[in-house]
Write a protein of this length. Structure first.
Length: 256
């Protein structure tokens, strides 16, 4: 099998770490956890939990990290799964390196993302949630390849993990492994140093938990509702993805 470098672009408050667990449980795969996080915090100054430790744990040089992401696969594995957060792509950063990886997208209903993120941080602008950056990346990939890359909705994965992961593996040219469906409980050496602040649920998990519908209540700050400012704006990106992909590739079904 030819070497495959997978760049999975997610936003915050998704199942991105569970997806990383699924791929890491394959014997042929090595994973990387949010390699641009230190650069993001260093440049933005955002006060995330463990900020100083995160900045000390990774390179803050964008170009250096990008070169690493397209370099030799660690441990000579045939598959390298890179978990990326789209919001880490700051304006002005060179994204030309993505032409040398297999780009995939993990999305979630914007209203659910806003509600979940808002419990930890105020959503001061839409770029904090990654949808804008995902749309920009999608356009870049489509223009470069002439094809729509795999786009997975977390809800579809949770409702049918085996079926969705089989489709994803088929799309990116690797064999599906049933080891992706279950993994040992606990921490991983590959987890970022921020894991103690964010990964308690995934550390306790052994598989993808079944999807459950939840009543979504958006938080308000300064008597202003996120419903007015953010859901409408970000939903435009979400809906445009569905429209674009369904028009160009009806065979993707749930890989929207």
């Amino acid at each position: 099998m030819n070497a495959v470098k997978i760049a999975m672009w997610s936003g915050p408050r998704n199942i991105s770490t569970a997806m990383m667990r699924a791929f890491e449980n394959r014997p042929d795969t090595i994973v990387s956890d949010e390699p641009f996080y230190a650069h993001y915090l260093y440049k933005t100054g955002l006060d995330h939990p463990g900020k100083e430790e995160i900045i000390a744990s990774q390179s803050t040089d964008w170009n250096e990290v990008a070169c690493t992401c397209i370099g030799d696969i660690p441990d000579s594995k045939p598959i390298w799964y890179q978990k990326h957060m789209a919001q880490h792509n700051l304006e002005g950063c060179d994204l030309s390196w993505i032409s040398r990886v297999t780009n995939c997208f993990l999305i979630r209903d914007p209203k659910q993302v806003i509600a979940s993120y808002g419990k930890r941080f105020p959503v001061e602008n839409e770029r904090l949630l990654g949808f804008v950056q995902q749309a920009e990346l999608l356009k870049m990939v489509k223009n470069a390849t002439g094809e729509i890359p795999p786009i997975l909705d977390s809800k579809d994965i949770l409702m049918n993990p085996e079926g969705m992961l089989k489709k994803l593996c088929n799309r990116i040219g690797i064999e599906f492994s049933d080891k992706m469906l279950n993994w040992p409980v606990g921490k991983r050496d590959s987890d970022g140093v921020w894991a103690p602040h964010w990964y308690n649920r995934v550390e306790a998990s052994t598989d993808f938990k079944p999807y459950k519908e939840k009543e979504i209540k958006l938080f308000a700050y300064n008597n202003h509702s996120y419903e007015d400012d953010f859901t409408k704006l970000i939903k435009q990106y979400f809906d445009s993805w569905i429209s674009v992909v369904h028009k160009s590739d009806k065979d993707l079904i749930n890989l929207i």
